[in-house]
Design a protein. Structure first.
Length: 190
């Protein structure tokens, strides 16, 4: 049976590889912006299902497909990828002022042979010490902010050095919940 990661995210690929799995990658071609739901957990899960559906269409019928999505919630407001520099600066200013960043990561695993579909959600919170405006500006102006929910990547610099507190499984906060992935893969027969 073939394992397929439905993600172009280097972070998710690294986590799965570090877990010891051999896998193929199929980039999900899904319109994530088409999903509009008010509940952040429902939103993350629906996007993961959308990604899984897109990958299952390309996979053979003897595969296990993994799809995942992460969103950031601050003061009950969903922060997906910033739409422009102004929004990125605003969000990173809030982050730098210590606003808790709740990260919701959803996971969907599909066995293409049995058609079984399993899913789950992991949640955690990261808070930051003050980050100098110059550091924020360099990150935003580099364009990297637009690749990440909430406009930041907690596992990378400059954010890693300014982490004040981390609650939850680090891999889940980065984008692929390690324990949940292992548990669901086992249940799916992998």
């Amino acid at each position: 049976m073939k394992l397929i990661l439905g993600s172009s995210s280097p972070q998710r690929q690294k986590i799965l590889k570090d877990m010891g799995y051999d896998f193929d990658i199929i980039k999900p071609e899904a319109d994530e912006k088409s999903v509009q739901l008010n509940d952040p957990k429902d939103l993350a899960l629906k996007v993961s299902h959308l990604k899984a559906d897109a990958v299952v269409k390309k996979a053979d019928n003897n595969s296990i497909v993994i799809a995942s999505d992460s969103i950031v919630v601050v003061d009950n407001i969903v922060h997906e990828k910033p739409r422009d520099k102004e929004q990125a600066y605003q969000w990173l200013a809030e982050l730098s002022q210590g606003a808790p960043q709740t990260i919701i990561t959803s996971l969907v695993i599909v066995n293409t042979k049995t058609k079984e579909r399993l899913s789950g959600i992991e949640e955690g919170v990261v808070t930051y010490n003050p980050i100098p405006q110059k550091v924020i500006a360099e990150f935003v102006e580099s364009g990297k902010t637009f690749n990440h929910s909430g406009g930041f990547a907690m596992q990378k610099e400059p954010f890693k050095s300014y982490t004040k507190e981390l609650k939850g499984e680090e891999e889940a906060l980065i984008g692929l919940p390690k324990k949940l992935t292992q548990d669901l893969l086992k249940k799916a027969g992998f």
